[in-house]
Design a protein around this ligand. Structure first.
Ligand code: IPD
Ligand code: CA
Ligand code: CA
Length: 269
């Protein structure tokens, strides 16, 4: 195993232990309001500090981009961390949340880990080395199109300005598919695409820490990931369509007429 993947796994499992230990004390959680519909708890912060401690002990010169504490300067190696993806679920005791850790080297995602501490499911990937669930190889589905497909999504609840465009996309996809699921933890949704529990996924306005690890998982599992302009500026735009090559194509065709110019363009690129 890539030595940096070993550290990512150690950090994800350690954060998962913190999350599991706190999961029975939801009543006593201190909830901090960050912005509209955006919350963090002390568990998010403790898990993040723990992950950073483990990474910094192994690689003191590496940089970090973490959801709760932001950017920590360093060299060209950047760890992208979501200590608890699915915080709203966690706060409500809705059992769908995960830890997400990725390592980007000179702009390329090299290592990714998504860990579901409730189910003890560890999704790992290294670039060129395939994707795994608990050390067993995983692949995206062979679903050939929308008909019969199970599709994941996230609602743009932090971006009400995109709601109309989103609803038009939803309308275009849901009637032809077997169903659309909104589970509330994007990192886990992407891991589920990589292992075939979902045939495809799309969302507007994600952050790099929600998706960096999941994107590598999907690519290494044979899937395709693009933004809404059919390009690979998803980390910058936050907009994502993904699935196996045929699903991606079918979803893109259904969504494309509803993509506004604003969703297509990435500021500064
Ligand atoms: C959120 C979850 C959710 C997605 C949001 C994310 P958080 O992450 O991934 O599924 O729809 O856009 O912000 O805040 O729980 O880490
Ligand atoms: Ca997140
Ligand atoms: Ca989070």
């Amino acid at each position: 195993m890539h030595p940096m993947l070993t550290i990512a796994v150690r950090a994800a499992r350690s954060a998962g232990d913190i999350i599991n230990r706190s999961a029975n004390n939801q009543d006593r959680l201190q909830i901090h309001y960050k912005s509209q519909n955006d919350y963090a708890t002390e568990v998010d912060r403790m898990a993040e500090q723990d992950i950073i401690r483990i990474i910094k002990a192994a690689f003191p010169e590496h940089a970090i981009l973490a959801e709760e504490s932001g950017q920590h300067p360093g060299n060209d190696y950047v760890w992208i961390i979501d200590p608890l993806d699915g915080t709203t679920n966690f706060i409500h005791g809705f059992p769908v949340y995960a830890v997400s850790i990725a390592l980007q080297i000179k702009g390329k995602i090299e290592v990714g880990v998504v860990y579901d501490p409730l189910r003890d499911e560890l999704f790992t990937a290294e670039r060129g080395g395939g994707a795994m669930l608990n050390n067993r190889r995983i692949r995206v589905t062979r679903q050939a199109g929308l008909n019969g497909a199970l599709i994941g999504t996230g609602f743009p609840f932090k971006h009400p300005e995109h709601l109309d465009a989103y609803l038009a996309m939803f309308r275009a996809l849901h009637s032809d598919s077997a169903g659309v699921r909104r589970a509330g933890a994007a990192a886990l949704d992407l891991a589920y695409v990589a292992m075939g529990r979902l045939d495809g996924f799309w969302e507007i306005g994600l952050h790099p820490w929600d998706m960096a690890a999941g994107i590598l998982l999907i690519k290494e599992a044979g899937g395709v990931v693009t933004d809404f302009a059919f390009k690979d500026n998803y980390l910058e735009s936050g907009n994502l369509i993904t699935g196996n090559p045929k699903m991606h194509q079918a979803m893109y065709r259904a969504i494309e007429p509803h993509v506004t110019d604003c969703l297509k363009s990435v500021q500064g690129l």
